[in-house]
Design a protein around this ligand. Sequence first.
Ligand SMILES: [Fe+2]
Ligand SMILES: [Fe+2]
Length: 190
Amino acid sequence: MKEIFEKIWKLALPYLKKGKRKDFVVHTKGVIKAMELLLKQEKGDENILIPAAILHDVGWSKVPLNLQMSNDKAGKIKALELHLKYAPLIIKEVLIKCEYNENQIKKIIDIVLAHKFKNPRRLDKRLLIDADTLSDAFRKQFFSDIKAYKTTPEELYNFRKNNQFYTKTAKIIFNKELNERKKEFLRAPN
Ligand SMILES: [Fe+2]
Ligand SMILES: [Fe+2]
């Protein structure tokens, strides 16, 4: 990763560690990797989209624990809303330290705010949503989620296989990865 992205990553880490709904450090690493893969094929500004990937879930750090762990639908939605609500201030703080300008910071915040409850037209916003969903199929992320959600590989596989994507690039990588996960858990069932 570029030096500036490493700096953003280091500043994001303490926030990501405070998210408890799942392992947001592992998750975010997956989203960054997914974004890097997507940007090899899709048009987008990495100086905007990689920071958006790194910072998209920092808002979880301020969501009350009982809401993060909520099992009912209303609680889950509230938690998701709050993780968006708390994101902009943290993102601003981090990016100012990394000498991002106001215009860049605004672009990154807009992209992050569109990663839930929205069906954006713009490709940059779509790429973050795709990267967020694509990361679920990577090995480390898949098996980390099994722990966090106390589920089985089969159940998670059946749930994840319905994931939807905007770009064909994401869909192709996702199918390939998820197929690998299936092979892995069939080979070594828990
Ligand atoms: Fe999120
Ligand atoms: Fe996420």
